[in-house]
Design a protein around this ligand. Structure first.
Ligand code: TRP
Length: 498
């Protein structure tokens, strides 16, 4: 018998837990910030409704129908498609190797917050950047200079993998129960941070920036590319995970409504987190007397530099707010990490090789931790960035496009829709078939070509040396090759044996 969620809410919480992650509190606000504040919200919502939700319904439907992880699903569609189920498994695996490192930084920050180690007042405002790059990362000069691992980060990383092992080795029963807590705690923490944020002086300016749409930005295709890839990332699509989670749903349960609930809860959380972060950005602007656009917020900076700056300048309770914010990141990250590792990697391995759960979990944790050591070195941030481009942009979008095409045209979108509708609360119409067959894959391919290839071929990604930036293509091709190799291996057992 396949393992099962013990109840519907447990599945929903597990799915929400996987979707809500670092992406909501760290990636969403900085993208919004970078792409013109309120203007970003419009393409973001359009992409959510027309692409994210239909795509999630597809993943849920496939998992539930075939009752297998991603490789099993594509093998079920046709023997020659099994590789298409393995490719996202590699993508998920590589993602979790560095995602856990970002969680490790959050943990270190939560600890450093106890004493507001980067300093308060003036010292904190000017020292937060140095604290992140010199103290936490010990950043080297380039991807060619790795140096030694930063021991504190490495230690936190090991600790995180131990926690993950204990959550995962008993399977869906424990995961479901743990998720309820790990989803609710960050919600409470975010509410506290929100109240703190909006009661700070200057908060209104930040919120105005967040909510006032600058319609001219909608004409910029970059904004749309960013919105679409953020939706795919934040809903945890295209990485085999949702398929595996849905494979533990009983055959006659609802699918479409669960997809709505999961997607909306996730995006509501992002929207909500935006208030907490932007009110705080407004406060920094006012306190440092700079216009909105000048608060350093590029990439990682928003969570690990700007937010600490704000904490250092708050009138009181600095340590408490710091601890809450970084614990929030920590909890959010953990739910997504076990989901990636379990649904994305462990379940497919168990399905294919008939491994026991404890053994499969131990192997995956050990190997992922070992690869993670790379990102804890002084040059680690560069590799984290390159790997992020490889998997959470190219890997996710390319495998997602291929999956939609194969499901839409080979398996048949209509067949899957009828299957979804047979047991679901909400019935989807024929429009869904065309979203899956044409709109979603076309949009994905467009983003990959115009938002990615054209730029990364014209000039190495982010100005890294050519050999380092080329690793993007090497890794993509290598994982594709490995996926074909896995397809060629005979499946050991059909019973999930244990
Ligand atoms: N959705 C997660 C976040 O917002 C990250 C993520 C992307 C993920 N793809 C995933 C998590 C696949 C689990 C599985 O942070």
């Amino acid at each position: 018998m396949r393992e099962r969620w013990t109840s519907r809410p447990l599945f929903i919480f597990a799915a929400i837990g996987s979707a809500i992650g670092l992406g909501n509190v760290w990636r969403f606000p900085y993208l919004t910030y970078e792409y013109g504040g309120g203007a970003f919200l419009i393409p973001w919502i359009v992409c959510l409704i027309f692409m994210g939700i239909p795509w999630m319904m597809m993943e849920f439907g496939l998992g539930r129908y075939f009752q297998r992880g991603a490789p099993g699903v594509f093998e079920g569609i046709g023997k020659k498609w099994e590789w298409l189920g393995w490719w996202p498994v590699w993508v998920a695996f590589l993602l979790v190797t560095y995602y856990t490192v970002v969680i490790a930084w959050s943990l270190r920050y939560a600890i450093s917050s106890l004493t507001v180690a980067w300093g308060t007042g003036e010292a904190g405002a000017s020292g937060a950047g140095a604290f992140f790059f010199e103290h936490i990362l010990k950043l080297s000069d380039g991807p060619g200079v790795l140096g030694a691992p930063v021991w504190a980060t490495l230690f936190c990383l090991a600790f995180i993998w131990v926690i993950l092992f204990f959550i995962m080795y008993k399977g869906a029963k424990v995961i479901g129960r743990v998720s309820v807590w790990l989803v609710c705690i960050p919600w409470v923490l975010l509410a506290v941070l929100l109240i703190r944020g909006i009661t700070l002086p200057g908060a209104v300016d930040g919120l105005n920036y967040y909510l006032t749409p600058n319609l001219a930005a909608l004409a910029d295709p970059e904004v749309w590319f960013a919105a679409f890839s953020q939706i795919a990332f934040t809903l945890s699509l295209g990485m085999a995970g949702m398929i595996a989670y849905a494979s533990f749903i009983a055959k006659k349960a609802d699918v479409t409504n669960n997809a709505f609930i999961t997607s909306f809860s996730n995006c509501a959380t992002s929207f909500f987190a935006g208030f907490a972060v932007f009110s705080t950005v407004g406060f920094i602007m006012q306190a440092l007397n700079v216009p909105v656009g000048e608060v350093s917020a590029a990439g990682l900076g928003l969570a690990f530099v700007s937010y600490p700056v704000a904490i250092s300048m708050m009138p009181g309770a600095n340590a408490v707010i710091g601890v809450l914010f970084f614990l929030c990141l920590f909890f959010l990250g953990i739910t997504s990490a076990y989901f990636l590792a379990y649904g994305g990697v462990i379940i497919p391995l168990m399905d294919k090789f008939g491994l026991g759960r404890v053994k499969a979990t131990a192997i995956v944790c050990a190997i992922a931790f070992t690869i993670g050591i790379l990102y804890t070195t002084s040059g680690g941030l560069y590799w984290l960035d390159i790997m992020d481009r490889t998997v959470s942009f190219y890997g996710l979008l390319i495998t997602g496009a291929l999956a939609c095409i194969v499901v839409g045209w080979v398996y048949g979108a209509r067949k899957l829709r009828e299957h979804l509708n047979a047991t679901s609360d909400i019935k989807v119409g024929a429009w869904w078939d065309w979203l899956i067959k044409v709109v979603v894959p076309a949009a994905l391919i467009f983003v990959v070509i115009y938002g990615g290839f054209m730029k990364d071929i014209a000039a190495p990604y982010e100005g890294y040396p050519l050999w380092a930036a080329s690793m993007i293509w090497v890794i993509l091709l290598a994982t594709l090759g490995l996926s074909f190799w896995l397809q060629a291996i005979k499946t050991r057992t059909a019973k999930g044996g244990e």
